[in-house]
Ligand binder design. Structure first.
Ligand code: CO
Length: 151
C-alpha cells in the first residue's frame, strides 16, 4: 500500500520531463494576441541545436500598427537599450535599429492573423548565459518579455 504514492510520483516525473524536454529543444512556437504578453515566459534551448527555429503566431484581432508584436532575442543586459533605439526605427524596420549588433535574432512585427519564422545558429549563445526575449514594439518591452536559457 505504501508504494502507490511513489508510483504516482514517478509517473508525474516522467510526464513532467517529457513535457520539458519537448520545450527545451531547437524548435519553438510562440503565441501572441491582443495582450502585451507572450504565452510563454521562459524558453530553454539546447546549445547542441544545429539551428534554433522560432515561429510567432498572432491570434488576436488587432493590426500590427496598434498591437504589433515581434520576438527579439538579446543578452539580458542589452534588451532595454535595443528596445529604446528600436522605437525610433519605426514599424518599417520592425522596431529594430538597422544593423543593431546587440540583437541575436528577431522576427518581423506581426499583427492579427499573421505569423513569422526565424532560424538562427547557436554560435552566438553561451550555455548558462543570461538572455531575454522580448517584443520591441514601443511600450511593450517593459512587460512583454521572458527568460531565454541555453543548456
Ligand atoms: Co508586442
Amino acid at each position: 500500500m505504501k508504494r502507490q504514492p511513489i508510483n504516482r510520483y514517478l509517473i508525474a516525473a516522467v510526464l513532467c520531463s517529457a513535457a520539458s524536454s519537448a520545450w527545451s529543444a531547437c524548435d519553438f512556437e510562440v503565441q501572441v494576441d491582443d495582450a502585451m504578453a507572450f504565452k510563454v515566459t521562459e524558453m530553454a534551448a539546447d546549445k547542441s541545436c544545429e539551428a534554433i527555429n522560432v515561429t510567432i503566431n498572432h491570434t488576436g484581432q488587432l493590426p500590427k500598427q496598434t498591437m504589433g508584436h515581434n520576438w527579439t532575442l538579446s543578452k539580458s543586459a542589452d534588451y532595454q537599450a535595443i528596445a529604446i533605439d528600436g522605437m525610433n526605427a519605426g514599424l518599417e524596420n520592425d522596431y529594430i535599429k538597422p544593423g543593431d549588433e546587440r540583437v541575436i535574432a528577431h522576427t518581423k512585427v506581426i499583427g492579427s492573423g499573421e505569423s513569422d519564422s526565424i532560424s538562427f545558429s547557436t554560435s552566438a549563445l553561451e550555455a548558462g548565459g543570461d538572455y531575454t526575449f522580448f517584443c520591441s514594439f514601443p511600450g511593450h518591452w517593459s512587460v512583454m518579455r521572458g527568460k531565454f536559457t541555453v543548456n
